[in-house]
Design a protein around this ligand. Sequence first.
Ligand SMILES: [Ca+2]
Length: 414
Amino acid sequence: MLISYTQVQGDRTSEDRDNGCSYPAADYEPKGRRARPVHNSAGLLASAVFLTYAWQSALVAQTMATSQGDLQVAPVVTGLDVPWGFDFLPGGGIVVTEREGDLLLVQNGQARSVRGVPDVVAAGQGGLLDVLVAEDFASSNLVYLSYAKKVGQGSATAIARAQLDLANARLVNLDDIFVAAPASTTGRHYGSRMAEGPDGYIYFTIGDRGDRPSAQSLASHNGSVLRIHPDGRVPNDNPFVSRQDALPEIWSFGHRNPQGLGFSPDGQLWAVEHGARGGDEVNHIRPGANYGWPIIAYGRHYSGLKIGEGTERDGMEQPAYYWDPSMAPSNLMVYSGKMWPEWEGDVFVGSLKFNYIARLSETAGGGGASGQSLTEVEQLKSVETGRIRDVREAPDGSIWFASQGDGAIYRLSR
Ligand SMILES: [Ca+2]
């Protein structure tokens, strides 16, 4: 059943905050084309009381032609304003973030705005970003949010943890378990995708915040994949815990702006990042490894200038795959094979720029040390796949995706 989420006209002056920023084409974040929630002078969301919800009869599912035949594409929730992340609740339903600062609980035929979300800096690429439902949610009610947090005159990527009170649609016991250092006055490259590991730790990404050299610095969280306990403590087996010159949460580094992160069914960690022009890349993440930015990279700066030293260097990892031209990757998901056994182990990546979901398979022969280990073998595309912001596998093996272009979440199934 389709749930339509309707917001009243918002204060258009909130869009002015995006003005004056310039971004490379692949990362460019257009403003939401829908009404925006009203923000008061303190930056607090004042929209919740104005929200209304409406039911519509379910639209007929459309079809998408794929290598597995014509699949059904059905809208789950519409009327969203820049959906950024969503995740599944064990009892059915989903939680969805809207970048402007709303968390929605979509469950039992209702879309409700969740109260108690943290104040976010909703400007540039910042805002309320990813949401992660804890594996043990049924007993813990824990959810994690990543967001742009105001710090001094700038902002920093923060991870908050809270309990989601489903009955009352509110967060309780909200706590920032991590705030990246340093903060930055730029509104770009927050990273922010999260995943829970099979080890129970929380993994998440942070981009270079527009300060390229900082991606190589272990004294900065910028340009990293990080790993923490669910309460924010640092695991004592993180790769840099014993180094005095390193921040101990860092798991891997040398990343530009990773906005996709996921574990494969066999427990391997994968990430996808916005590279420079012609250099968006998928990486198999290993602890302590250096992924090269900005010393090695495929592609060029958006100015046309060459990057760093070239494409390879000893001690720096090669991507498993890269796109040239850049497709502006959002999230990444490694598929279990539950609904489509032929796609087991394949990597699915949403494209913001070219409006499709990439399916990547292992290269025959494994690629080896110098070759790419993945190849893009299919582009899942339909009128619904406009500006894919998130892609996930549901518990039943169907593939769900958030279309920023449509302000909707769709379910892809047989
Ligand atoms: Ca790299």
